[in-house]
Design a protein around this ligand. Structure first.
Ligand code: ADP
Ligand code: MG
Length: 270
């Protein structure tokens, strides 16, 4: 996707969370979802958060999206406090499309929200659909689309504002294995081509290693980051991602991350 105009993000990364604590519920008996978590994602980095259910992955993503305000700590995206729907594209586990709109209608709606003039929307919609492998499908009703196709529309919609930062919360978890693999490969290529900064949540070691340039491993009770892995796999736009899965280095990293994740799950509450 085209780069947004240059913005000075100062010393912080595209995504910067510092000393984040989130408490839900009553002040007297709060649930501490995450405690004193700091993370940064630099421009073009693909940072993956992994960890067991309930460790606060979604909470951190929602903070970066501007949906949740932390109880303590600061969050910035490209140097500014996050505002929902502005500079950031968000993709959830469920596509959450408007069921009464067509595939194209869902995207045109997002384009309108981002101020794209009416006369350019049809063309931009086609471009976005083509980018997620749905060329010519603009007129399809959402119920005529498979789960994988709906999630492609959701990704295209997230790209409508040409975001420099993309947040994805287990976007492929509800898909069948083959569709999931295809979409993983496409998102990896898309990110490598566009230089977008991505914060991606999953509980799959395989998915984390395939997609991430860096993986942060979380533990629960309260949620915190307990380990970090650099993934040195080739990240060029022309990388054959499917072939990469078959390499010994990929298997080694996946095994290493799985071991770290097992250990993190057994880490006593901090
Ligand atoms: P994950 O995405 O890693 O599964 P979440 O961020 O969804 O974890 O949740 C972290 C913790 O915060 C869990 O214990 C969860 O039950 C709790 N939690 C999440 N959202 C809320 C909420 N809106 N109100 C109360 N507790 C919540
Ligand atoms: Mg979650």
């Amino acid at each position: 996707m085209p780069q947004a105009e240059f913005q000075d993000t100062g010393d912080t990364g595209d995504i910067a969370l510092h000393g984040i604590t989130v408490r839900y519920g009553k002040a007297k008996a709060p649930v501490v979802a995450v405690e004193d978590v700091s993370l940064e994602a630099g421009p073009g980095e693909f940072v993956v958060l992994v960890g067991p259910s309930g460790c606060g992955k979604t909470t951190l993503l929602r903070i970066a999206a501007g949906f949740v305000t932390p109880s303590e700590g600061t969050a910035t995206v490209r140097g500014e406090p996050p505002v929902p729907g502005r500079a950031t594209g968000v993709v959830f586990q469920q596509p959450r499309l408007f069921p009464w709109r067509t595939a194209g209608g869902n995207i045109a709606f997002a384009l309108a929200r981002h101020g794209v003039p009416r006369e350019h929307r049809a063309e931009r919609t086609e471009e976005l659909l083509a980018r997620v492998g749905l060329a010519g499908m603009a007129g399809r009703r959402t119920w005529e689309l498979s789960g994988g196709q709906q999630q492609r529309v959701a990704i295209a919609r997230a790209l409508a504002g040409e975001p420099q930062v993309l947040l994805m919360d287990e976007p492929f978890a509800a898909l069948d294995a083959l569709t999931r693999e295809r979409l993983q490969e496409e998102v990896r290529t898309l990110a490598a081509t566009s230089g977008t900064t991505v914060l991606f949540v999953t509980h799959s070691a395989e998915e984390a290693v395939l997609l991430g340039s860096r993986v942060l491993v979380m533990a629960a009770g309260p949620g915190r980051i307990v380990a970090e892995l650099e993934i040195g796999l080739e990240r060029a736009a022309e990388t054959d991602v499917a072939a990469l899965r078959g390499t010994p280095e990929f298997s080694r990293l996946r095994g290493e991350l799985a071991a770290v994740m097992r250990e993190a799950a057994l880490t006593p509450a901090g």
